[in-house]
Write a new protein. Structure first.
Ligand code: AMP
Length: 481
């Protein structure tokens, strides 16, 4: 890659500063190619998989484009899953942190009313799944009149999951004068049609270096029978001694079964599937991200958009029925320059599917013999010692967040408080300026104000003695960021 830093894009200082805190030193290939196109307000179609840095490829230029003073949403990002929506929102908040960009995530199985409240306040970017976004548009709780940028992320998955008509309905509701961006790991006929119908002479960018094609992912396969899969899983995990591993299953029941078995074996493990409560899914993902356990049993849907760089192994406990799913699953490992292994169990009648998948993904899955009893016994001791020596992984936002403290005030809309009232009071404290105030969120009964640049404890103390718009409020450090 030619370029060496983000400075060539001439980004705002606040965004450059955020990238520095996030330790993004140089653009990835997709960022190098796509950022300039979006900065020029051109439509773009990008064939790139998760792991390539695609979120920041649109996140950086869109945060640059956002007009801070505009209160209504200017950017809409559609994602196929709730996890990805939450992940994208978090990435955008990080990139836009010093510009004080407000981004909301809206998705199903979460209280509509709370999202409605969030959307009724200043909000620059909305990220969401198609069903819930459409719901908000139809109920008039998401204003689209100022949307100038629409991103369709993981478009292929969106179509696979049957969201096509909702996506089209949403696009049709948006202003005609807009920039449309589409990101997809694969580029089939449906996607082409979508581009032709809804995009304006888009530029086309293909990132050849797709996750599953990268030589740093080793692809291995074990021929087995359904009845032998669990014991094979045990032997293979002992042989592999994975640092961090996702075990993919076809159904929720299978995830439960595998997970129960892992628990019985005393593995450090968790599980995630669509049948679980959203809050539990987030908790599990965050624990896995932080390295609190090593083995995650998951269905495809639940594992979409998982942004973890250090997954050493992916095991297809059930071979994926769809070829694209293989690419997505294998792409969970071998990220951010690390090496990884994608291991597939397949039954005799899945041989043909395996061959087709190899051809589609352009990879060769090496057939392996199961570990012998002696091999397993020899490896067991070291495997068991390794199991609970978990090293905590660094939280990506930690560096950014360390100088930020979020304050809670026990008054909000009901007391007729507005963001400006907090800015007015806080910026008058000696040694504090408006620049030190980050994102402000006013709810009915409470308000949250981020204080930046390490001045949180000082402001917290000072605010205990002050009033906001003549009102005495209780103030504490907020628990949730
Ligand atoms: P994505 O393809 O958007 O899921 O991103 C894959 C991973 O790469 C994420 O963990 C990002 O935080 C990380 N990442 C994206 N861009 C950069 C960059 N320029 N430098 C370092 N890490 C990056």
């Amino acid at each position: 890659m030619k370029n060496t830093s983000f400075t060539e894009f001439q980004l705002e200082e606040s965004i450059e500063r955020a990238l520095e805190s996030m330790r993004y030193e140089k653009p990835t290939e997709v960022q190098h190619k796509v950022i300039p196109i979006i900065l020029m307000n051109k439509d773009v179609v990008v064939e790139a998989s998760t792991g390539s840095g695609k979120t920041a490829a649109y996140g950086i230029p869109l945060c640059q484009h956002v007009e801070w003073l505009e209160n209504k949403p200017q950017v809409l990002v559609l994602t196929p899953t709730r996890e990805l929506a939450a992940q994208v929102r978090e990435d955008l908040i990080h990139i836009g942190r010093f510009k004080r960009i407000k981004a909301a995530a809206v998705y199903g199985k979460q209280p509509f009313a709370r999202q409605k409240l969030e959307l009724s306040q200043k909000c620059h970017i909305v990220v969401g799944t198609p069903g819930r976004v459409l719901d908000h548009i139809q109920k008039g709780t998401l204003s689209v009149e100022k949307i100038q940028y629409a991103v369709i992320d993981e478009a292929d998955e969106m179509l696979n999951m049957g969201f096509i008509s909702q996506v089209e309905e949403i696009i049709n509701a948006l202003p005609k004068k807009r920039v449309t961006m589409m990101f997809s790991a694969t580029f089939g006929e449906d996607i082409k049609r979508l581009c032709e119908t809804y995009m304006n002479n888009p530029e086309y960018v293909k990132i050849e270096d797709q996750a599953a094609h990268k030589p740093r992912i080793i692809h291995e396969g074990y021929l087995t029978k359904d009845t032998q899969k669990l014991s094979l899983l045990r032997d293979v995990t002992i042989r592999e001694k994975a640092d961090s591993c996702i075990i993919f299953c076809r159904t929720q029941e299978q995830v439960d079964r595998v997970f129960d078995q892992l628990v019985e074996w005393d593995y450090s493990c968790g599980k995630i599937h669509g049948g679980m409560y959203q809050e539990d899914r987030f908790d599990v993902m965050n624990q896995f991200k932080r390295g609190e356990f090593r083995y995650l049993a998951a269905t495809d849907v639940a594992a979409r958009g998982i942004d973890i760089d250090e997954i050493s192994h992916v095991i297809n406990f059930d071979f994926p029925l769809e070829k694209e799913a293989y690419v997505h699953r294998a792409g969970r490992t071998g990220r951010a320059g690390k090496s990884g292994k994608a291991i597939s169990f397949f039954t005799p009648h899945e041989r043909e599917l395996l061959a087709e998948t190899e051809e589609y993904a352009g990879v060769s899955i090496m057939l392996k013999e199961p570990p012998t009893k002696a091999e397993v016994e020899a490896a067991r001791d070291s495997f068991e010692r390794h199991m609970f020596q978990t090293e905590r992984k660094e939280d990506k936002g930690a560096e950014l967040n360390k100088d930020i403290m979020k304050l809670f005030f026990n008054g909000g809309k009901k007391k007729k408080l507005r963001a400006i009232d907090f800015v007015g009071t806080i910026a008058k404290i000696d040694g504090v300026t408006a620049e030190d105030i980050g994102i402000i969120t006013i709810e009915d009964q409470a308000s949250f104000v981020e204080i930046m640049n390490g001045k949180g404890p000082y402001v917290l103390n000072a605010m205990k003695k002050k009033t906001v718009k003549g009102k005495k409020l209780k103030v504490y450090e907020a628990f949730n960021r």
